[in-house]
Design a protein around this ligand. Structure first.
Ligand code: PRT
Ligand code: ZN
Length: 285
């Protein structure tokens, strides 16, 4: 049987999460510390460990079928590939930053300035859109030190917490792209490989849904059930079981992580007690 070839980052910020995601999908394989590729023991996939920058090109050329990497690199490389799914990790942004003591009134600041970046494609696209002419100094790393050593006036780089900018006396003034990890795929996969990919994407979506939701159990007086069912609609409707104590019941449902605290406040007001919240391992919709 043909195997689907998946590229993940060999070493770096994406490696752990990519590995964990595949494992949570039930795909077991050894890590890529000393090998370039490995096969999963229990699913028809082969995993290749590569530099993230090479993945878009390899996916386009069908050296691999799919790959996991940041949107920042996907959009910078601009290859003819498909984005299949956002994965909800490695959140960051591509931003312009200037020396912190400079005042900033808008993109005109960058007119005729020198900007250091590892993202010349995305930066020049942004400057063109704003009608700004500037010189782009392409660097492969340590971009944030460029203004300090007189190599550039400003930078365009990946920011996450912002502490690297602060340490280097820089201030973020404009975000040009928000990014997270995604799965990309070749656009012309064989039918056999498409079937494996669909099975994998189904598992990935189940893992993602489980992370985005919590299982919730609570006790409530029967009179509060209609109100609580409105607050907690669940996947279809909540499960309601009678308690030994007359007039009370136990209610089970699912709540989304991002609206969790708001819902808890509403539930307590509606009369819920003994609320238990439990992580979900997989969620099949
Ligand atoms: O060797 P290879 O080419 O595979 O790896 P790499 O060195 O190019 O990439 P790596 O491992 O550093 O990052 C991989 C991906 O993680 C990036 O392409 C982004 O999609 C994502 N990511 C998430 C980040 C960050 N957060 C991040 N903070 N990538 C880089 N950074 C760097 C940034 O360049 C800057 O130097 O961290 C610094 C800023 O961080 P803060 O927290 O101080 O703002
Ligand atoms: Zn890289």
């Amino acid at each position: 049987m043909k195997k689907l070839k998946i590229a993940i980052q060999k070493k770096g910020r994406l490696n752990d999460n990519s590995h964990r995601l595949l494992e949570e999908c039930g795909i077991k394989f050894s890590n890529g510390i000393s090998v370039l590729k490995t096969s999963a023991r229990n699913f028809p996939v082969e995993i290749l460990f590569l530099r993230d920058d090479d993945i878009p090109q390899y996916v386009e050329q069908q050296v691999v079928d799919i790959g996991i990497l940041g949107e920042n690199v996907v959009f910078e490389k601009n290859k003819d590939i498909a984005i299949l799914e956002q994965l909800g990790f490695a959140h960051c942004r591509l931003s312009l930053a200037i020396p912190k003591e400079d005042s900033y009134d808008g993109p005109e600041y960058f007119m005729n300035k020198r900007i250091a970046t590892s993202y010349p494609g995305l930066l020049s696209e942004y400057l063109k859109k704003e009608g700004i002419t500037a010189e782009i100094e392409e660097l492969s790393g340590s971009v944030e030190i460029a203004p300090g050593i007189g190599l550039a006036d400003a930078i365009c780089d990946i920011v996450s917490s912002g502490s690297t900018l602060m340490t280097n006396g820089l201030r973020e003034v404009k975000t040009i792209l928000k990014s997270q990890a995604v799965i990309i795929g070749n656009k012309y996969l064989s039918e056999e490989k498409m079937l494996i990919l669909e099975r994998l994407l189904f598992r990935i979506r189940s893992v993602k849904s489980a992370k985005e939701n919590k299982y919730i159990l609570l006790n409530a007086p029967e009179s509060a059930v209609p109100e609580i069912s409105r607050i907690l609609p669940g996947m279809k409707s909540p499960t309601i079981l009678p308690l030994a104590e007359k007039g009370w019941c136990s209610l089970h449902s699912v709540v989304q992580e991002d609206e969790f605290w708001e819902r808890i406040d509403q539930l307590r007001k509606a009369g819920a007690e003994g609320i238990l919240v439990i992580p979900i391992e997989k969620m099949i919709l």
